[in-house]
Design a protein around this ligand. Structure first.
Ligand code: PGA
Length: 249
């Protein structure tokens, strides 16, 4: 049986002061019910997360990782550094990185592998644009995005990822996929995982991301193949983030 997981993606938001207040609010409101949770924060704040969250029920992680293990790569942050700050997770292939930094499916696969090699759990994001959805290409697009990762990782490692379906047109727009629309894609992604590794496909958590809020989280997470959420805007307010964590039936 898969547990539910709710991950906050802070994107490029925060300050030491604001983070402390947000994390205090989250920690104060957690009551041991609801989903497992984590926050993925800008790299400069990983130390602060380790200080404030160690020993708590909130895990933490980063939003990107280098493909290389170390060396002359100015500006990059490698997986071992994330481990050094006790990260559990790292997001790879977020649509904003694909769009603004030209990250290809092959590059995202290498990032997922770098994370796994260092003992991190990559949260692999896939999702189609509005134009791709309207052209009927959703399954082909997300299938190719996941396929590149599975091909590089192979069946054993593929079972160790978290997957997140984030329709690009739903991110930060207030437009959410309906539970049925999301479930359809999640089920297809799980079928693809099953083709790669029949046994562990049932254990891989597939999150939904894109304007998830306390008000729509319950119906989304009630779907059989939706195992939690990757939350942007609503993760920046303790009450909203807690509301989503508690929305797990
Ligand atoms: P959103 O972002 O919840 O603000 O739509 C989700 C994400 O980009 O991970």
């Amino acid at each position: 049986m898969r547990s539910k997981l709710v991950v906050g993606n802070w994107k490029m938001n925060g300050s030491r002061e604001a983070n402390a207040a947000l994390l205090d609010g989250i920690l104060a409101g957690l009551d041991g019910t609801g989903a497992d949770c984590a926050v993925c924060v800008p790299a400069p704040y990983l130390f602060q997360c380790e200080q404030l969250l160690a020993g708590s029920a909130v895990a933490w992680g980063a939003q990107d990782v280098a493909t290389e293990p170390c060396g002359a790569f100015t500006g990059e942050v490698c997986a071992a550094m994330l481990r050094d700050f006790a990260c559990r997770y790292v997001i790879v292939g977020h649509s904003e990185r694909r769009a603004y930094h030209g990250e290809s499916n092959a590059l995202v696969a290498r990032k997922a592998k770098a994370a796994l090699d260092a003992g991190l759990t990559p949260i692999v994001c896939v999702g189609e644009t509005l134009a791709q959805r309207e052209a009927g290409e959703t399954m082909a697009v997300v299938g190719a995005q996941l396929g590149a990762v599975l091909a590089l990782l192979g069946p054993g490692a593929a079972a160790k990822i978290v997957l997140s379906y984030e329709p690009v047109w739903a991110i930060g727009t207030g437009k959410t996929a309906t539970p049925a629309m999301a479930q359809e894609v999640h089920a297809a992604l799980r079928a693809q995982l099953r083709d790669c590794n029949a046994e562990s496909a049932e254990n891989v958590q597939i999150l939904y991301g894109g304007s998830m809020k306390p008000e729509n989280a319950r119906d989304l997470m009630a779907q059989p193949d939706i195992d939690g959420g990757l939350i942007g805007g609503a993760a920046l307010k303790a009450a909203d983030f807690l509301g989503i964590i508690r929305a797990v039936a």
